[in-house]
Design a protein around this ligand. Structure first.
Ligand code: GDP
Length: 380
């Protein structure tokens, strides 16, 4: 969980709102990373925050940031005063010390087991930049069908989960739409909604990315799309406000989407009007298909056979003196599906051939709406 920032003494307004969220995050966290600024030096706020953090039961790691090009021992010296253990000198921007910090912070936790539980219905996050029509879509979905809304205990109060029964199928909607409405005066609020968006994406297994075809597709749309891709989530894109554009503009929109969101070509693009209620059924159908694809069970014999056929058609190219020889493939995970390929020198396989193999799997297993990842494990 990333918190927007922390000003422990603020009484009202956006700063106190951020402090409230930070406090909530601290209460929920299993481990806390307290970030201070090496360039600014030890500040009075740092001391106040440290005082608070010394009282929490979760372990706290003190990270002194922006230390690139500086002597770690020298810059961290003054931060010992905070009495939060050995400070870690890091540079987030340059990636220095970050891996060690994460490893130390996560050391007490067991590794996640491969035995994941396969969920039985889609958990759907509806995300997109402000004003694209998320709230309208959520209301449209909820308004038409019987719903039971509830606050999930133990989660931040802002994220509301709603059970939806649509066409006899069950969905859990993770709603982020209301959050922005609290105020858009400060830029900090916008940052907050990005955090909420990320959290919703994490908690979902299928994401509906809503874009607005009246406005041009913006960098912000592409950013959110990037988060979804990074998280490996299944996806359906809702091209909203289709009612408000004429034939000419519709053609432009299609071209624009193809160009700017080309990297989402694994997903279904559904033209909808949240306002008029058109295109909603096909959208949920796309969600179903994406969910099924994300959770698909891919059998080892079939994966291996498909891979052998793919090799017949197109050998992995030599890499220097190495000739990679993939031998068999098995599924290493779901949501997104991961296929692990074993063989001789397969770690020398180039990205182009990996993408080729990914495409073959996607086509053969008809995996629409989910990214798929192929990983190579060379046997000695
Ligand atoms: P959010 O910020 O993403 O939750 O967006 P809202 O749901 O608040 O919608 C922003 C504006 O777009 C409102 O004025 C809506 O009435 C309008 N809107 C939403 N969906 C549609 C649609 O399908 N067609 C048209 N023409 N307007 C829409």
């Amino acid at each position: 969980m990333d918190t927007g920032g922390f000003e422990p003494v603020a009484k009202e307004g956006i700063m106190s709102e951020m402090a409230r969220q930070a406090r909530e995050a601290i209460a929920e966290a299993d481990v806390i990373v307290f970030l201070v600024d090496a360039r600014a030096g030890l500040a009075p706020q740092d001391k106040r925050i440290a005082q608070m953090l010394r009282k929490v039961s979760a372990p706290v790691f003190l990270a002194v940031n922006k230390t690139e090009g500086m002597n770690a021992a020298v810059v961290t010296a003054e931060f010992h005063e905070l009495a939060l253990g050995e400070p870690h000198a890091i540079s987030s921007e340059h990636g220095e010390g970050v891996r060690q910090l994460i490893e130390d912070a996560l050391a007490p936790f067991p590794e996640e087991s491969d035995e994941e539980e396969i969920p039985d219905h889609p958990r759907v996050a509806i995300v997109g930049r402000p004003n694209v029509g998320k709230s309208t879509l959520v209301n449209r979905l909820l308004g038409e069908e019987r719903v039971i809304a509830f606050d999930q205990p133990g989660t931040t109060r802002d994220a509301i989960e709603v059970e939806l029964d649509f066409g006899g199928k069950q969905y859990t909607l993770i709603d982020t739409a209301g959050i922005r409405k609290r105020g858009k005066v400060f830029e900090a609020v916008e940052k907050f909604s990005v955090v909420k968006t990320l959290q919703a994406i994490e908690r979902a297994n299928v994401v509906i990315l809503v874009v607005d075809c009246v406005q041009d597709i913006s960098e912000q749309d592409a950013h959110i799309a990037g988060y979804i891709l990074e998280a490996g989530r299944a996806l359906a894109v809702a091209v909203n406000k289709w009612d408000a554009v004429d034939e000419e503009k519709r053609k432009d929109v299609k071209r624009d989407l193809e160009r700017k969101l080309q990297f989402l070509d694994f997903a279904e693009f559904c033209q909808i009007s949240a306002l008029k209620g058109t295109g909603i059924k096909p959208l949920l159908k796309a969600v179903d298909i994406a969910f099924a694809a994300a959770m698909a069970k891919l059998s080892t014999p079939k994966l291996t056979r498909v891979m052998q056929d793919a090799i017949q058609a197109h050998q992995p190219p030599m890499n220097g003196k190495f000739r990679p020889k993939p031998r068999y493939a098995h599924q290493g995970g779901s949501n997104p599906p991961i296929v692990i390929v074993h063989g001789t020198a397969v770690d020398k396989i180039k990205a182009g051939w990996r993408r080729y193999l990914e495409n073959v799997f996607v086509k053969t297993f008809e995996l629409k709406g989910t990214p798929l990842r192929v990983e190579f494990r060379a046997s000695a």
